[in-house]
Design a protein. Structure first.
Length: 237
């Protein structure tokens, strides 16, 4: 619907995330899909209903089919509590350390031509991968976190997986661990003075948007990491 009819995701006070058409009409598409699951198939009829109800510039996929009655089910969330509820849901749905490890493994499996063995040295291989695969004409105009074209979607997925891989390299080769904090999932190094954190996803974004390097990023943090490890070793002895 977004790609073909100028729809867009909007956060509606009553229905949560919904589809908006021309900045006016709001459709509780998730509620409609849930309510339609007892029919076979629901999505062609959903499409035709939206085309007809909102006068969209498209042809009906099943002109003889039965159109759905629009379903706008109230989410049951008090408008004043919606932001709080969305924050809770986002926190519960955030990936944890196991998911980040899985993302990193996916990255390795997708790029078997590179020596991605989770060693510190393998960060140079990740840099080579980005130079050869993603710093090309195909991705020259792709925007990170964009959803308008395939190149942007592929680039965003690669950034997430590469960020997870970078975090796993830190986690496996240093005293850092994935930790959830108020500002998201980070690699955290415990120290006597304060917690030192690294944001692997922000590092991946800098590699893509600023031309930075995963290997150089680690080198910049190496002295800090060594100082932390020395401190921890002294504390153990």
């Amino acid at each position: 619907m977004i790609c073909n009819y100028d729809a867009e995701w909007v956060l509606d006070r009553d229905y949560g995330w919904s589809l908006g058409f021309e900045g006016e009409s709001i459709v509780n598409v998730f509620g409609t899909a849930h309510a339609a699951l007892d029919t076979d198939p629901p999505f062609v009829r959903m499409h035709d209903t939206f085309v007809e109800n909102y006068d969209l510039d498209g042809e009906l996929l099943d002109p003889d089919g039965e159109l759905l009655e629009e379903r706008r089910q109230d989410s049951g969330i008090d408008p004043d509590e919606l932001d709080e509820e969305l924050d809770r849901e986002a926190e519960q749905s955030e990936p944890g350390s196991e998911e980040m490890g899985s993302f990193a493994d996916d990255f390795v499996e997708r790029h078997t031509g590179y020596d991605l063995d989770y060693s510190i040295d393998s960060l140079s291989a990740v840099d080579d991968l980005f130079d050869e695969t993603f710093r090309t004409d195909e991705f020259a105009d792709a925007e990170l976190d964009g959803t308008d074209d395939e190149a942007a979607i592929v680039l965003t997925a690669a950034a997430s997986e590469a960020g997870a891989y970078y975090g796993e390299v830190l986690s496996r080769n240093t005293d850092g661990d994935w930790k959830h904090r108020d500002d998201g999932l980070k690699i955290e190094f415990p120290t006597a003075e304060a917690d030192v954190r690294v944001d692997p996803m922000a590092t991946a974004s800098s590699v893509i948007e600023e031309g930075d390097s995963f290997a150089d990023s680690f080198i910049e943090r190496r002295e800090t990491v060594r100082a932390i490890e020395d401190e921890l070793n002294e504390a153990d002895t």
